[in-house]
Design a binder for this molecule. Structure first.
Ligand code: PLP
Length: 240
């Protein structure tokens, strides 16, 4: 289950090769990467199944919860179609134990209105990211890596910085919305405690969790706002 985190697809070719070798299904988590591409292929269209989220904070967000599953496998499609509506087919004859996974029509209506703007919004996010990339070039701020064969949609623009927590508090105090995705790596989550992992077991993840933070990248950001964000970060890191 590769997760196309922050708007960029995972490196899918090696994943698909391992899956083919072992006859495994690949479920793409494209919740943060709708319409991003990997070698010209859209996120969610490469694996067996692609999953999308329309949670309001996503690039294509509804006004409440919603999501979508896509597949080219007809048998799987039919199964999912039935599962979505309490597992019944025909109506009230339950072939499987399903659930209510229908997309609310209100959400569908909102999403249909927003969908035509998605590419334009993604382009604006990329332009904002390019602006930050330029501003932070040659500084202590580490900017996101984008693979040359990927087009990312920047659900998040995530930087790595020294003294992350202090900077985060400073930006928040200055009215700049920012967030850590994600503060606790999987192996240290309380719910996975039973697996027996401890601090130090995955040092790369732990270091990332301590250094990353997302800064505003939404399409409506003006140059003035981006400048303010970048300058606030740079003056804090230089001056302290
Ligand atoms: C990478 C990723 N996967 C899955 C989800 C879950 O999506 P939803 O909240 O619509 O179930 C989210 C959103 O929170 C996400 O960012």
């Amino acid at each position: 289950m590769p997760v196309h985190l922050f708007g960029q697809t995972a490196d899918m070719d090696p994943i698909m090769a391992v899956a083919a070798e072992h006859n495994l299904a690949v479920i793409e988590d494209a919740a943060q990467s709708i319409s991003s591409t990997y070698k010209s292929r859209k996120a969610g269209s490469i694996g067996t199944v692609g999953c999308f989220s329309f949670f309001p904070s996503k690039n294509l967000g509804g006004i409440g919860d919603g999501g979508m599953v896509v597949t080219n496998d007809e048998e799987l499609f039919n199964r999912l179609f039935i599962m979505r509506n309490h597992g019944s087919k025909p109506k009230y004859y339950h072939k499987y134990i399903g659930g209510n996974f229908r997309l609310d029509p209100i959400q569908a209506a909102v999403l249909l209105v927003k969908l035509p703007y998605l590419d334009e919004w993604s382009a604006k996010r990329r332009a904002n990211a390019a602006y930050y990339d330029k501003k932070f070039a040659g500084t202590v701020v580490q900017t996101p890596y984008v693979r040359p064969d990927c087009v990312t949609i920047y659900n998040q623009y995530v930087i790595r910085v020294p003294r992350r927590d202090e900077l985060l508090a400073h930006l928040k105090a200055g009215g700049i919305g920012c967030e850590v995705y994600y503060p606790v790596p999987m192996h240290l989550q309380e719910c996975f405690g039973y697996l027996g992992y401890a601090e130090g077991d995955f040092p790369v993840s732990e270091k990332a969790a301590a250094e990353v933070m997302a800064i505003p990248v939404y399409p409506e950001l003006t140059d003035e706002m981006k400048d303010f964000v970048a300058e606030t970060i740079l003056s804090f890191l230089d001056g302290n």
